[in-house]
Every structure is written in C-alpha cells, then in structure tokens.
Write a protein that binds this ligand. Structure first.
Ligand SMILES: *[C@@H]1O[C@H](CO)[C@@H](O)[C@H](O)[C@H]1NC(C)=O
Ligand SMILES: *[C@@H]1O[C@H](CO)[C@@H](O)[C@H](O)[C@H]1NC(C)=O
Ligand SMILES: *[C@@H]1O[C@H](CO)[C@@H](O)[C@H](O)[C@H]1NC(C)=O
Ligand SMILES: *[C@@H]1O[C@H](CO)[C@@H](O)[C@H](O)[C@H]1NC(C)=O
Ligand SMILES: *[C@@H]1O[C@H](CO)[C@@H](O)[C@H](O)[C@H]1NC(C)=O
Ligand SMILES: *[C@@H]1O[C@H](CO)[C@@H](O)[C@H](O)[C@H]1NC(C)=O
Ligand SMILES: *[C@@H]1O[C@H](CO)[C@@H](O)[C@H](O)[C@H]1NC(C)=O
Ligand SMILES: *[C@@H]1O[C@H](CO)[C@@H](O)[C@H](O)[C@H]1NC(C)=O
Length: 307
C-alpha cells in the first residue's frame, strides 16, 4: 500500500518538471556559452573556427514570457560570412550559414511525452533577409539524415523562377496572414517530417517585427503525435492545433537525435539540388534573431497550468 502511494507521488512529481532548462540568467556573460556550464553544447553548431562568444549577444529588448518568470534574459544569435559549418565527413557546407544552439546526447529530451517552449523575435538592429529560408528550431535524427520537425521563417527555399511552396497547410493558419506576408516572407511556420510527401505545415502565422512569438511544442514520441501552442507578446499560450500525426520517433536504430535552436540560413539560386553546397548567399551579412525562454517539461502544458 505504502509502495503504491509512493510510486503515484513520484509519477506526479515527474509530471511538469523541467527536463531541460536553457533559460539564461540575467548575470550571464558571453563566456557562459563557451563553457561547460552552458546548458547547450559549447562547441556546436558553428562556422569553422568560430566560438560561441563571438556569435552570441545580449540585445536591448525586454525578456520573453518564459524568461520573465525566472529572471532570465534574451540572447541574440548572429550569423555572418564565417558561419560555414564544416563536418568531418562531408566538409564545409559552403551554401549554408549556421549558428545553432545544440541540445545533444540527452535522450530524455527526445523521448517520452515532452513539451518544448521557445520564443523568437526580430532584432532591433540586425534584421534577417526574408527572401531566404531560415530554420529556427529543428529535431535532427541521430544519423543526421532526417529532420522530424522544423520551425522556419521566411520564404521557402525554391529554385529561381519557380513559386515557393509551404507544403500542405493543415493544423493552424493564422487569420491575420495576408498575401503580403507570404510575398515578403514575414511568416513563421512549423513543418513536419522532412521526407513526408507532401511536406506538411502544421502551423503558420505572421512574423511581426518587434514582437515576441512564443511557442509550446508538445511532442509525444511514443504515439508520434504533436500539438502546437502559441501566443504573442506576454500572453498565455493557447492550444492552436489538435494532436497531429508526425514521424517523431524515427525507426531503430535511428531514433532519438538532437534539437537545434538558432539560425540556419539557406541559399537562393537556380540549382538547389544539394543546398549544402549549391546556391547563393550574399556576402557581408551581419544578421541575428532574438531568442528567449528555451526550456522543456515532462508532459503536456495543460496538465501543468501553463496553457
Ligand atoms: C549569477 O548569480 C548566481 C546566483 O546569485 C551565482 O550563483 C552565479 O555565480 C552568478 N554568475 C555569474 C556569471 O556571475
Ligand atoms: C580554421 O583553422 C584551421 C587551423 O588553423 C585552418 O587550417 C583552417 O583554414 C581554418 N578555417 C577557416 C574557415 O578559417
Ligand atoms: C536578400 O537576399 C536576396 C537573395 O539572396 C538578395 O538578392 C538581396 O540583395 C538581399 N537583400 C539584402 C538587403 O541583403
Ligand atoms: C510584410 O507584409 C506585412 C503585411 O502587409 C507587413 O506588415 C510587413 O511590414 C511586411 N514586412 C516587410 C519586411 O516588408
Ligand atoms: C520515420 O523516420 C525514419 C528516419 O529516422 C524513417 O526510417 C522511417 O521510415 C520514417 N517512418 C515513416 C512512417 O515515415
Ligand atoms: C546541380 O547540382 C547538382 C548537385 O551538386 C549537380 O550534380 C548538377 O550538375 C547541378 N546542375 C546544374 C545545372 O548546375
Ligand atoms: C553588426 O551589426 C552590429 C549592430 O548594428 C554592429 O554593432 C556590429 O559592429 C556589426 N558587425 C560587423 C562585423 O559589421
Ligand atoms: C494529462 O492529464 C491527464 C489526466 O490526468 C492524463 O490522462 C494524461 O495522460 C496527462 N497527459 C500527459 C501528456 O501526461
């Protein structure tokens, strides 16, 4: 009897507890991000010979809704011409620009029933070029050969003289979206499994300058479903989609994997067949995204009075 009560209590305690906390304390310096104390991998994913203290900054904007509660502060993630990642197996990805905070070797964050929280807003001084496709968050499979979901911003990558496609729009489409948002790339959208045919877009909203866009992403790795929660500014999150089917758990032995947050800028051009190496990027860029409140809990936010 005692044992049963104890086990129930233990399960209840695990519900809603933080399984990862990437919220940055107000007194943190850039050096945190290159140190072993960083909540993220201090070495990846960056241009060759670039270090995290060179591409992180503390912008002059107020905290996001999830940082406010814990005295956290936003960070600004920078990409420039040096942001060319070189992997040991595939060499320098010359047509991409990447600075991505990495949560890896943490199987607990990519299994079970988890919810990620994250907030994004434009930089007051170093805007993005939304004629490009940017990836702000994604879950990459352990063998690096697939992305299970990707949060994107901007104009979907497309060969020159073709029409950009957002894939199959299901789930939530903001009533505030206008044709102008689509044509100028001011759209934030969540896509599912990379190799789904067609690729599915589960969530799409306007990306508004100077406004926090807050996401909750409930991921059920056991049942391969996800649900999107969303708000702007300091509003409470709302569930904006039903549970939607998506390949989250991969197939053994390629399950688990890692989660990336930050900036990945994809190229434009005529031939994007192999967009790691083919396609164009302007030189002389100095672009950032403002990021706040990255953390993860066990279970669904509705059970935790968060939504
Ligand atoms: C920030 O403040 C916390 C709590 O007061 C302290 O433990 C930590 O060492 C401080 N960090 C830095 C980088 O000053
Ligand atoms: C990085 O540093 C290594 C060793 O000094 C050098 O060989 C390489 O060319 C550098 N790469 C870049 C992109 O600067
Ligand atoms: C934005 O990107 C497009 C496509 O690469 C390029 O033609 C344009 O010059 C860029 N705009 C700015 C302001 O850099
Ligand atoms: C894109 O279009 C929207 C809707 O008209 C507008 O509010 C926004 O300022 C535009 N953004 C850019 C970068 O032109
Ligand atoms: C799910 O993703 C894995 C790649 O990790 C793939 O092997 C598998 O075929 C996918 N399953 C479906 C149903 O798409
Ligand atoms: C496009 O890129 C692919 C992959 O790198 C290459 O094999 C092909 O020759 C290129 N096609 C053209 C027209 O440049
Ligand atoms: C990038 O932009 C920021 C903000 O405007 C500026 O302070 C910085 O000097 C720029 N960096 C480069 C290398 O131009
Ligand atoms: C949320 O709470 C309900 C009712 O207690 C429970 O059935 C459900 O499994 C919980 N959801 C998650 C994701 O833990």
């Amino acid at each position: 009897m005692f044992l049963v009560v104890f086990l129930l209590a233990a399960t209840a305690a695990a519900q809603c507890s933080a399984t990862f906390d990437g919220r940055i304390p107000r007194n943190a310096t850039k050096a945190l991000f290159t140190s072993a104390q960083s909540p993220f991998n201090p070495k990846y994913v960056l241009g060759q010979n670039v270090t995290w203290d060179q591409v992180v900054d503390f912008p002059d904007v107020g905290p996001s809704v999830f940082d406010k509660k814990v005295g956290g502060k936003p960070i600004e993630i920078i990409i420039n011409d040096k942001s060319i990642f070189a992997s040991s197996s595939e060499g320098a990805e010359t047509a991409l620009r990447r600075s991505e905070l990495l949560v890896n070797n943490k199987p607990n964050t990519v299994s079970g029933k988890k919810t990620w929280f994250m907030s994004f807003r434009s930089s007051p001084t170093r805007p993005l070029n939304l004629t490009h496709e940017y990836v702000l968050a994604f879950h990459e499979a352990q063998d690096y050969q697939a992305d299970f979901y990707s949060l994107k911003l901007g104009t979907p990558m497309h060969p020159r003289n073709t029409t950009p496609s957002y894939g199959q729009l299901i789930g939530y489409q903001s009533p505030l979206l206008t044709p102008d948002h689509f044509s100028n790339g001011s759209v934030l959208y969540l896509q599912g499994y990379k190799y789904a045919s067609p690729v599915q877009t589960y969530f799409i909203v306007p990306f508004t300058e100077g406004t926090w866009h807050n996401l909750g992403l409930y991921l059920d790795y056991n049942d391969n479903v996800l649900q999107v929660l969303y708000s702007t500014g300091h509003e409470r999150l709302n569930m904006v989609t039903p549970m939607l089917a998506n390949n989250l758990s991969g197939a053994a032995p390629t399950t688990l994997g890692e989660t990336h947050f930050g900036l990945q800028k994809r190229p434009v051009g005529a031939n994007l067949t192999n967009f790691l190496y083919e396609g164009e990027q302007e030189l002389g860029i100095n672009e950032t995204i403002v990021v706040g409140g990255i953390w993860q809990i066990q279970g669904h936010p509705k059970n935790c009075s968060i939504a």
